[in-house]
Ligand binder design. Structure first.
Ligand code: ADP
Length: 589
């Protein structure tokens, strides 16, 4: 199948506005031709002046030619504006359709996939890449039509008066083209992609960095987060300097070449007039000298055209990188889970399609039970929890809730069945009420308050004069990590789903916060099936079942008492944990 060109792809988003795009090209080309007509009048004026010289009073048509030149110049501008109006109307439509389609697609993606992409990068793609296509369609394409029309008109003008001088003017054009090819060849295309990548990376890191500031403050991760961001900036800087240096020489020659038509003309004039100068030759020479600046501006426009096309193609490729991600398949005949049991049945999973990070995991949590996942960092706890919330589908095996495979549960039902409280819960910029209400938009203020109360959030609300209506993210409103997590718990509380996944925070700023979060967790867990990713062993001792996850497999399971008696991995972890707590107590004395 022939690859669809970027332009025809964009056109598919235009709908009926397609014809406006074509009209804008026509108008722009017409305007370019009109812009050349004044030069012809200038030539007529020169001719008239030379004819009557030195008795200038005899010149009759100077004013008429002058006004005609002005008239055509104005006409050209008016036609150009009309063309731009057409192109803008359609470009905005295309960009907005493109944005809508990308957003629609993002909503259907597996949540984990969107998370992996990074929200900064996704935002940039939806926002900036579609804006790039808009600039291209609204300005650059009509200008391209103009910059194709101008050389054609120019060529006719150049060769019609004195073909020898005309050909001479083409020499710098050829030289300019050669330099341009050097600058926009296939090597440069690859560089442009690299450049856009470095830029995207920097923007992504910046967003993640700013978003992470509260976490950085709470957990003192300054050096780590800063390193990534600084690395991206340094990378960009090195890249840009190298790129600019590489372009310096060809750009210099290019500028010299396209502006040198003048020099060729003057040298030729000496040669051609060795045996005496005629009025006609003088007239033509003057005309060519007047028109040469048009050559350089036209060439420069053409040069930026190819750069602009590259930018647009790169933008489309970025949008495609999102559109090409496969959406999460939805069940044709959705089923309802019978209860809140969770069953993982021989599940293997890999992020990259090559190495498995989970190997044949099986477990079962009965309705209403609390299960905990413990084990070394990187063992696969979060991955397993993400699979249960269907952030991804397993590579093999099945996960069932209430006896139904997750893939057979409708999207909405699944969202009502499983809620997830993340370690770094993301709150939106809105009031506390709005943030909690996200879980169930139809709930009343009283219901939200009840949820906040159960999630130990009353102290947060009392802290602010606007209470539940305090808008998070505004000046002076700051929630610590623990407070944010409590608001997130209130959200899950309001949702009241039968299955809850809790990702316990690794550290807390103060013990009071920690106690409140624990109490909130406890209240949330009541009458629900809970899967907790535990980072500190003290919180799992009362769990109905503990699963020890190591290297992507469950190595032990049972109650804490049974596991301690077993003298295995968990017992060792427990001893290490106690020693570290002991050590902390001694240090703080
Ligand atoms: P834990 O929660 O126990 O710390 P994870 O589930 O986060 O462990 O990680 C398990 C393994 O999967 C690790 O080797 C980790 O590097 C890898 N991993 C985690 N998230 C991703 C991801 N988004 N893409 C690729 N690999 C990942």
């Amino acid at each position: 199948m022939k690859k669809q060109s970027s332009l025809s792809r964009l056109m598919t988003y235009a709908g009926a506005h397609k014809y406006l795009i074509y009209a804008s090209w026509l108008l722009s080309a017409l305007s370019a031709f009109m812009a050349l007509v004044p030069f012809w009048y200038i030539w007529r004026i020169l001719q008239e002046v030379l004819r009557v010289a030195p008795d200038f009073a005899r010149a009759e048509f100077l004013a008429a030619y002058g006004w005609a030149a002005v008239g055509f110049a104005v006409l050209s501008v008016l036609i150009y504006i009309a063309g731009l109006m057409c192109s803008h109307l359609s470009a905005f439509r295309i960009a907005s359709n493109l944005r809508k389609e990308t957003l629609r697609h993002i909503v259907q993606l597996p949540l984990g996939e969107a998370e992996r992409f990074g929200s900064g990068k996704l935002r940039k793609i939806v926002d900036e890449s579609s804006a790039a296509t808009e600039t291209y369609l609204a300005h650059q394409l009509p200008d391209m039509a103009g910059s194709i029309a101008t050389p054609i008109g120019l060529l006719v003008l150049l060769l019609v008066f004195d073909w020898r001088l005309g050909l001479l003017c083409l020499i710098p054009v050829a030289l300019g083209f050669a330099c341009m090819m050097l600058m926009t060849g296939s090597g440069m295309r690859a560089k442009m992609t690299e450049y856009q990548n470095a830029l995207a990376d920097m923007s992504n890191q910046a967003v993640e960095y700013v978003r992470g500031v509260p976490v950085v403050k709470t957990f003192g991760q300054t050096v780590f987060s800063f390193k990534k961001f600084k690395g991206a900036i340094d990378n960009y800087k090195t890249w840009v300097i190298a790129y600019t240096k590489q372009l310096r020489l060809p750009m210099m020659f290019y500028t010299a070449a396209i502006n040198s038509a003048f020099a060729f003309l003057v040298a030729a004039a000496f040669l051609f007039t060795a045996e005496g100068v005629t009025d006609q030759f003088l007239l033509n020479l003057l005309f060519y000298i007047i028109i040469t600046p048009v050559i350089s501006t036209t060439l420069t426009k053409i040069m930026f055209q190819s750069e602009n096309t590259m930018i647009m193609e790169d933008a489309l490729a970025r949008i495609d990188s999102v559109l090409s991600l496969a959406p999460l398949p939805q069940a044709a005949h959705p089923k309802m889970p019978a209860d809140g049991s969770v069953e993982v049945d021989d599940v293997s999973f890999s992020y990259d399609g090559k190495t498995d990070v989970l190997h044949h995991i099986s477990l079962r949590i009965e309705p209403g039970q609390t299960a905990a996942l413990v084990g070394p960092s990187g063992g696969g706890k979060s991955t397993l929890a993400n699979l249960i919330a269907r952030f991804f589908d397993p590579r093999s095996g099945a996960i069932r809730i209430g006896g139904v495979d997750l893939r057979d549960i409708g999207k909405e039902t699944l969202m009502d069945t499983v809620s997830y409280v993340f370690q770094d819960s993301r709150l939106i910029k809105g009031s506390i009420l709005d943030n909690v209400r996200l879980a169930r938009p139809e709930s009343s203020e009283a219901q939200v308050l009840e949820a906040l109360q159960k999630a130990q959030c009353m102290d947060i609300i009392e802290k602010f004069p606007n209470g539940i209506h305090t808008v998070l993210g505004t000046k002076g409103v700051y929630l610590s990590g623990g407070e944010q997590q409590r608001v997130a718990i209130a959200r899950a509380m309001l949702k009241d789903s039968p299955v809850v996944i809790l990702d316990e925070a690794t550290a807390f700023a103060d013990p009071d916060n920690e106690a409140k979060v624990q109490a909130a967790f406890h209240a949330l867990a009541k009458n629900k099936t809970v899967l907790m990713i535990a980072h500190r062993l003290s919180t799992v001792m009362n769990a109905d079942c503990i699963f020890v996850v190591q290297n992507g497999a469950i190595v032990e399971c049972g109650t804490s008492r049974a596991l301690l008696e077993q003298e295995g991995v968990f017992a060792k972890m427990w001893r290490d944990y106690q020693a570290s707590v002991q050590w902390k107590v001694e240090v703080s004395r």
